[in-house]
Write a protein that binds this ligand. Structure first.
Ligand code: 5MM
Length: 341
């Protein structure tokens, strides 16, 4: 393992002004997104959509450090025959790959999930590296509800995340470690804080036990935030202050970077939260975005599956990428959104 090179890539993934495009929707998820805009989820439509994003010159060269791909996409070619991976590389961004294989119900733990995909992972990583992937992603899902999460769910998911991360580093691939505490419930921000703290502490404990080099990884956490159905929604400043307090308590400074998931926040909320956190610096790690929905909802709507809308889709994507790029330096203002509208 070349840790200097892993650290160089991890640092580039969280470079100030840039963040990660999470375009690794599995087939079921992308179908849901396409259903919402009335587009059939065929292989060629999925290719055309992602090609549109990766050919957005402004976004990709200035604000996107890396792209997380789904297995289908990493093997796909653009309409003119250029591998999509090459499009990403030529824009200056780093290709990455989602390697988990989704979730399964956790035995004896009703309502809880464990992420799977460790079998044959070493062989798969080798092929992905040859294709150009320099980082990977594995997402664990932790739900908050009555009596959950159990320590069992937190523990098995942390163990799997660390197994995955160690295999990635052995294959010279930077692992994005994503333990997502969902924001779907009616819990308040303090309950989210408390659960996320347990999850992060256990995750870092397992990473240490399994000898993962913290200097060669990126953490992709949720923010400390109110559940979507909570009657009292914490304001932007509180989300920023509690998230930074939580991360400082749980994430060692040896980790080069943290790149948030958006988790169902609106586009602008996700940007405003990241921006507000940067007002609380200096921070011990790079801090940026690795958004899926908060970067793609606008371009999906603008595109709506029509070739004549490609330029509009790219404009919408570039706008969100620029807003989040500014937020990753604490330089975003809501007036910039209004101007664009
Ligand atoms: C883009 O969505 C990713 C893949 O999800 P599925 O495996 O469920 O299809 C997802 O892991 C994503 O990278 C993270 O949840 C962050 O995305 P959001 O939309 O929460 O920013």
């Amino acid at each position: 393992m070349d840790l200097t090179e892993l650290n160089r890539i991890a640092t580039a993934m969280v470079a100030p002004g840039k963040g990660i495009l999470a375009a690794d929707e599995s087939s079921g998820t992308i179908k849901k997104r396409f259903d919402a805009i009335g587009v059939e989820s065929t292989e060629s439509n999925r290719r055309d959509y992602r090609e549109m994003l990766f050919r957005s010159r402004e976004a990709m060269s200035q604000y996107i450090s890396g792209v997380i791909l789904y297995d289908e996409t990493i093997w796909q070619d653009a309409k003119d025959g250029t591998p999509l991976v090459k499009l990403i590389e030529s824009s200056g961004a780093i290709p990455g790959i989602k390697v988990d294989e989704g979730t399964q119900g956790l035995p004896m733990c009703p309502g809880e999930l464990v992420t799977v995909g460790l079998d044959k992972l070493a062989e798969r990583l080798k092929k992905y590296y040859e294709r150009g992937a320099r980082f990977a992603k594995w997402r664990a899902v932790i739900d908050i509800g009555s009596g959950i999460p159990s320590m069992t769910a937190i523990s098995v998911n942390a163990h799997a995340l660390a197994r995955y991360a160690a295999l990635c580093q052995a294959a010279q691939i930077v692992p994005i470690v994503e333990p997502e505490v969902l924001m779907d419930g009616d819990h308040d921000i303090d309950r989210c804080y408390e659960v996320t703290q347990r999850v992060l502490n256990k995750t870092f404990q397992e990473l240490r036990v399994q000898r993962v080099a913290l200097e060669g990884m990126v953490l992709k956490p949720n923010m400390a935030i109110s559940g979507k159905k909570c009657a009292k929604q914490a304001p932007v400043e509180e989300v920023a202050e509690k998230t930074i307090r939580l991360l400082k308590a749980c994430v060692p400074a040896a980790v080069p970077g943290i790149a948030f998931l958006s988790g169902g926040q609106s586009d602008e909320e996700a940007t405003a939260h990241l921006n507000a956190m940067h007002k609380l610096g200096p921070l011990p790690w790079g801090l940026t975005f690795s958004y899926g929905r908060a970067l793609q909802a606008a371009p999906q709507k603008a595109w709506s599956g029509k070739a004549e809308n490609v330029a509009a889709g790219q404009r919408a994507f570039s706008h969100r990428a620029r807003m989040n790029g500014l937020a990753s330096k604490g330089e975003w203002q809501s007036s910039l959104e209004k101007k664009a509208a």
